[in-house]
Design a protein around this ligand. Structure first.
Ligand SMILES: *Cc1c(COP(=O)(O)O)cnc(C)c1O
Length: 354
């Protein structure tokens, strides 16, 4: 089995798997409550918030969809710049919601001024943004966009930080983000199946007035249970053991050191690309620090490169996502990777390229 340098799921450490194989506990009791509570301080530090984090047994899409269901009373504006953000718009439509979008070319970032112009048209009460568009390697200007959204009273702001959470600082409270969500199989380096998210007081107030919220993804149920360090339904307890472990690892490293390590790992891949003549798909200044998306040069046999890297060296990178499959390739530097492990990948890629 290849070691994963794809942008999620990523490589999971032996220590994390060991933590996940602890004996099972019941979820209605003090042992689970202590486990739940233990996850809060580091999650809150990573998210820049004093709000409680909720633990949803679902992939990120569960909470991306739930954000629409819990918070869109009038009309949602989705900011579309790649596969995941474009899909958020089609999910809103499929739910029968009033939805509009700003669509930029894949590989471009969302401009805060375009958001202002669109919101000035009126009628919106929700905006969705993907902070780090994993399909294109673009990291959006979340602070700039938050500032614009916050200047429109009554408009809530949902941010998907799936592939940026724990790789770069995110200031939920300072920016006025109303829902911050992250699936754990990306930068947190856990197996898939769990999403962590936090809601502002405004978000919970909006949710309270929304009809037909159902049960499994009801933000009010999450809030009520979180007040008791618990979840509405039986959670993926093994994954929460894994989460507790990785958050301990992050605390021991120090979040600032973790951010610096991601930046250093990412810079190594950028350097490699430059040396090898691969061009970044994302524009200068808006490039992700958790993964890199390169153009496939004309005449370059990308699929042979990826196959040989896997068969000869046991490293998996990704050959592009959605409509830019084949036209781009992506390398993740998320999670537990170090300059030494990134160098192993770089040496292997150089060996394959010759
Ligand atoms: C991977 C990813 C998702 C989707 O996550 P699932 O776990 O498949 O639901 C959503 N947003 C971003 C930015 C992602 O990278």
């Amino acid at each position: 089995m290849a070691k994963l340098f794809i942008p999620g799921p990523i490589d999971v450490s032996k220590e994390t798997f060991a933590a996940m194989s602890r004996p099972m506990i019941g979820h209605r009791g003090s042992e689970f409550e202590a486990l739940y509570a233990s996850t809060q301080p580091v999650l809150q530090e990573l998210g820049g918030t004093t709000r409680p984090f909720f633990l949803s047994t679902s992939s990120a899409w569960g909470i991306m969809e739930a954000s629409l269901k819990n918070l869109c009373a009038k009309k949602v504006l989705t900011l579309c710049c790649g596969a995941f953000s474009d899909k958020w718009f089609s999910v809103a439509k499929s739910m029968g919601l009033a939805a509009d979008k700003i669509q930029v070319e894949w590989g471009e970032a969302i401009s805060p001024e375009a958001v202002r112009a669109k919101l000035e048209e009126g009628g919106f009460d929700l905006v969705t943004l993907i902070h780090n568009e994993t399909s294109t390697g673009v990291m959006n200007d979340v602070a700039g966009i938050a500032k614009v959204v916050k200047s429109f009273p009554g408009v809530l702001f949902v941010v998907d930080a799936v592939s940026s959470f724990s790789a770069v600082p995110i200031a939920m409270d300072e920016l006025g983000i109303d829902v911050l969500l992250a699936g754990v199989q990306k930068a947190l380096a856990l197996p898939p199946g769990l999403t962590v998210f936090a809601c502002s007081q405004d978000a919970l107030e909006r949710a309270e007035g929304m009809p037909n919220r159902g049960y499994y993804f009801d933000f009010i149920e999450f809030a009520k249970n979180a007040a008791q360090n618990n979840t509405p339904s039986t959670p993926a307890i093994s994954l929460i053991f894994g989460l507790q472990h990785i958050l301990g690892v992050i605390a021991a490293e120090g979040v600032k050191n973790r951010y610096a390590r991601h930046a250093a790992n990412n810079a190594m891949i950028h350097e490699w690309g430059k040396r090898r003549g691969f061009k970044n798909f994302a524009p200068e200044g808006r490039q992700s620090v958790s993964l890199t998306c390169f153009h496939t040069p004309a005449g370059f046999n990308q699929s042979a490169f990826i196959k040989t890297l896997n068969s000869k060296h046991g490293f998996a990178i990704n050959g592009g996502y959605g409509k830019i499959k084949g036209l781009t390739f992506r390398i993740s530097n998320m999670g537990n990777e170090t300059p030494a492990t990134m160098q192993e990948l770089i040496d292997a890629m150089d060996d394959v390229l010759g």
